[in-house]
Design a binder for this molecule. Sequence first.
Ligand SMILES: [Mg+2]
Length: 375
Amino acid sequence: MKVKIFPLSIPYITDPPSEWVDQWGVQLYVKVEDGEYYGWGETLIAGSGIIGAYSSIISDLIKPLLENMSLNSPYELENLLEKIMFSAGNCGVVTGAISSVEMGFWGLMSRRIKVPLYELFGGKFRDSVKVYASFPRFPRIEDVIKAVEIAKEKGFNFIKLHQSPNSILEAVKKIRENYKEIKIAIDLNAPFDINKAKDFLENISRYEIEWVEEPLWPPNDYYTLEKLTKISPVPIAAGENEYTLYGFRRLLESGISYLQPDIAKIGGISKFLKVLDLASSYNVKIAPHDRPDRSPISLIYTLNLALAREEIEIVEYPIAEFPQDLFPLLPVFKKGYAIPPDNIEVNERIIEEKYPFINKIRILHFSDLEDKLKQ
Ligand SMILES: [Mg+2]
């Protein structure tokens, strides 16, 4: 199998403008080819945009390895790569790099046996997928309100906010004053200790919140998370920073209400399917994470998974437009639901022409970094 790597930058443009124009403007695509068929995959470049670490795993190890091998199963590929790299830690950069290649393998198989992706994932259970509008961070509360208005006009009835821990309460209050009916989730990205988290959850609970996502630092402290879920007046969501099946099991046992695995981080689709099987014996809803930038590759796979798998409740969806010049086939959104294309097609020529990778430091002000870096 041949693997081609494409680093690129799709600027994150929204109305109103957000604080993350550059931070969400870093993408890594791969094209997997077997001589006759091909598939596209995408790695989520986490950790403030350190693209070289991810791409070097693919170019220095995965690409030469696969050139001389014939593999017939993405599960086999994922397992093999985890075994080869386990002493580097099967999480973060390692599983992120595996993700795009593994995903591309499914895309290739879908073409090889001439069926849509959802058929590979078990067959169509539903015709469209419930999605929510995932906001970036906006500089001002007025911007948040304007974004809510635009999202409503587009047909969204469910939004998720990424405002800083300091300003989120005020933003929610303002939204509720103007919009009684809209569903609101809050993503904190792991800022608080348990006492601050408790205070926050108590204060926010009066505004009818669908879930609060990753309230605690560090996000993998399952023991403290369990203490919090027991007393929280608001449902808790987590999972976008979890990588192993054993970690997902600990997370499920902590009593969270929503689990949020990301196929572009955990090692791809075969791992995701195992997580779904694991989660099916817990009382938890699956709300897959997908970074809501303007890049739709991993989103199209996730939506196809959601067409086939009943456990998936709702999928994270961008408010920004997809680049139509790059993607001849895109998801169609209507009234809170999305229908994905059957597979991914990319105008390869356009990547270099219009979206060349721009290397720069892109620190994402997650957690409580906004306060820390201002000092
Ligand atoms: Mg999140």
